[in-house]
Design a protein around this ligand. Structure first.
Ligand code: DGT
Ligand code: CA
Ligand code: CA
Length: 598
């Protein structure tokens, strides 16, 4: 059981207890524990197995340690069973909806007997919810929107979650005898921010196939087996994540890897290209079409026909992916680019981008400390950034308008500078920039006076309120902020929370043009639940020449590690190191930050 699954169960428990009206201190203790569990890098299941003391973890007392141990060992918790005898378990799902917390869920249940998303939708549409005290027409509208979002996201998993759900299965399979190669294909390999399912490929000898399939379906984390054939198996993990496994011979490895990596659109183009060269590409290999078989020229790119012998004709490639590309006269194309967005043309012209890598990153320019809503001190963050090999970093706590995050007034910011000065003395080997995540107010003005902004090394701006404005007003608001001469980076440019909250309505093209005009950078927020800026936005930013900052928005040390995974998104947007501000040396960065001083 992964930490994320433990955190999920504790969250469900905390939600149900809160709906039940349990002691608020107890609930707060559970919520603290959830944060600890999610941020812990060691596997708690391993700690339990080794009989280690969980109470040494921050926020985990004897009580919680016992619950976690029970959960890891039995898959459930007596406390959870207990509360669900009184509170319907489905109610925990309602609390996941934006705009419905445990208090509202309790009210819906007690007054309208609503326990499911379906029932809530029905009651909301019938006008029964808005009559409840504390709801009203606006909040009902919001709930209906949240239900719609929930439905559209339900079937997709955040990549970052899928990574965690999948890891134990991969370890289990890697230990299997008879597997020569194992790779995750599909959208996962293409680095997409969400995945529908997992497509696993393995090379095995024919005689080992049954044992390998058996090992796959008997994995302890499997909830149910959908099918288990000779070469293909399909399971659903306890987390709900569907996983397909295909077993192949060595001669087909490259072709299958290419085919099942997709995307479908990319594959169609490659097949067309092959047909033009008298070749047929399938998941089995690349074959020369025999002269007697005139294959669907008119239907270029159609699926290989199921009835036709898939291996008809002379095999000219298929064992490696490079070989497949070579057969159609192309260099190997990185999976993150395979979306048929021009990668084939670029490959043909020898103009594939040299994609950014973690080693190119020289610093992190967006993070929080205990001065606002972060968990670590300036000094701790500085040491952690230095450990990650960075040359520089920026401390960017919230500004005063963001009261929920304990935003800083001008007076507190000045005091923070003293502490930054001390950290500069105490922590060698890293440059610490004075920054701020300045709130963009409703009218597009900034939440801090110019005399403060002038003394900051880097000024980030972001929207934290009035997400509901119409696109024209929101765009106007943000572009006005970008026109301010002291602004360096627009952070949280879409405000989305993946699978939870849609981006706010904004005209990104206009925003990017304004950023270009005013020499402002835009942020790729590498928090895996945010990833503000879609791959298409990043692609467009690069095309226009708008600089991009890739930053973690860390609220604790562990979050600094979001950078590495988050760069998948940058690569999907075709970004090279040169396109990213924080891939520059300190001197270059400093020059850029002073660009408007004269
Ligand atoms: P997902 O799972 O929705 O996040 O997206 P993918 O891209 O992983 O799609 P999936 O799992 O349906 O299929 C995996 C890959 O297999 C896909 O990227 C390309 C290939 N593939 C699947 N079905 C077809 C098809 O009908 N035609 C072609 N050309 N390729 C297909
Ligand atoms: Ca897939
Ligand atoms: Ca699939």
């Amino acid at each position: 059981m992964e930490n994320i699954e433990i955190a999920r169960s504790l969250e469900e428990l905390a939600d149900l207890l809160e709906i039940q009206g349990a002691n608020p201190f107890r609930i707060r203790a559970y919520r603290n524990a959830i944060r600890t569990v999610s941020a812990e890098t060691r596997a708690l299941a391993g700690m339990v197995a080794r009989d280690e003391d969980l109470t040494e973890l921050p926020g985990i007392g004897k009580d919680l340690a016992g619950h976690i141990r029970e959960l890891v060992e039995t898959g459930t918790m007596e406390v959870l069973e207990e509360v669900t005898r009184e509170v319907p378990r489905e109610l925990a799902t309602l609390t996941r909806l934006d705009g419905v917390g445990p208090k509202k869920a309790a009210k819906l249940w007690k007054e309208l007997d609503i326990t499911t998303v379906d029932a809530l939708q029905e009651a909301a549409e019938a006008g029964r919810v808005e009559e409840l005290e504390g709801f009203g027409a606006r909040s009902v509208e919001k709930i209906l929107q949240a239900i719609e979002d929930y439905r559209s996201h339900q079937s997709r998993f955040l990549r970052a979650d899928a990574v965690q759900y999948l890891r134990p299965l991969l370890e289990h399979l890697e230990g299997a005898e008879g597997i020569h190669r194992l790779e995750v294909a599909g959208s996962y390999r293409r680095g997409k921010e969400t995945v529908g399912d997992i497509d696993l490929l393995a090379v095995v000898e024919a005689e080992d196939a049954p044992a390998v399939m058996e090992r796959f379906t008997s994995f302890a984390g499997v909830e149910r087996v959908e099918m288990a054939g000779e070469t293909r198996g399909s399971v659903v993990l306890r987390s709900g994540l569907p996983v397909d496994l295909r077993l192949l011979g060595r001669e087909s490895w490259g072709a299958a890897l290419h085919y099942f990596t997709g995307s479908k659109e990319h594959n169609v183009e490659i097949r067309k290209r092959a047909q033009g060269r008298g070749l047929r590409v399938s998941e089995y290999g690349v074959f020369r079409i025999p002269d007697d078989a005139a294959e669907g020229g008119a239907e270029g790119g159609a699926e290989p026909e199921a009835e036709a012998d898939p291996e008809r004709g002379e095999r000219i490639a298929g064992a490696t992916e490079e070989g497949v590309f070579e057969a159609v006269e192309l260099p190997w194309i990185p999976p993150v680019l395979r979306e048929n967005r021009g990668e084939i043309q670029a490959a043909e012209a020898g103009e594939l981008p040299g994609l950014v890598e973690f080693g190119d990153i020289r610093g992190d320019l967006h993070m929080h400390t205990t001065w606002s809503d972060g968990a670590n001190s300036i000094r701790e963050m500085a040491e952690a950034c230095r450990e990650r090999g960075y040359e520089y970093m920026a401390i960017t706590d919230h500004s005063q308008a963001v009261t929920v995050a304990n935003g800083l007034t001008p007076e507190r910011i000045r005091r923070q500078w003293d502490e930054i000065d001390r950290a500069r003395d105490e922590v060698d080997g890293i440059r610490i920039l004075r920054g701020s995540e300045v709130d963009i107010l409703r009218d597009g003005s900034l939440d801090l006076p110019d005399e403060i902004l002038k003394e900051l090394d880097i000024v980030l701006v972001a929207v934290h309120s009035h997400f509901g404005l119409d696109a024209a007003t929101q765009t106007e608001r943000v572009t006005r902020a970008l026109a301010h001469p002291l602004v360096d980076v627009l952070v949280h440019p879409t405000g989305r929370l993946l699978n939870r909250r849609e981006p706010y309505a904004i005209d990104m093209e206009t925003v990017l043009e304004a950023a270009l005009e005013h020499g402002v950078a835009v942020e790729l927020n590498t928090n895996p639940r945010r990833l503000d800026l879609h791959d298409r936005h990043l692609f467009r930013a690069r095309e226009l020449g708008v600089p991009v900052v890739a930053s973690t928005d860390a609220h604790r040390i562990a979050h600094l590690d979001y950078m590495e995974e988050g760069l998948n998104q940058a690569r999907r947007g075709w970004l090279e190191a040169d396109d990213i501000v924080n891939c520059q040396s300190y001197n270059k960065l400093d020059e850029w930050l002073r660009r408007r001083e004269e």
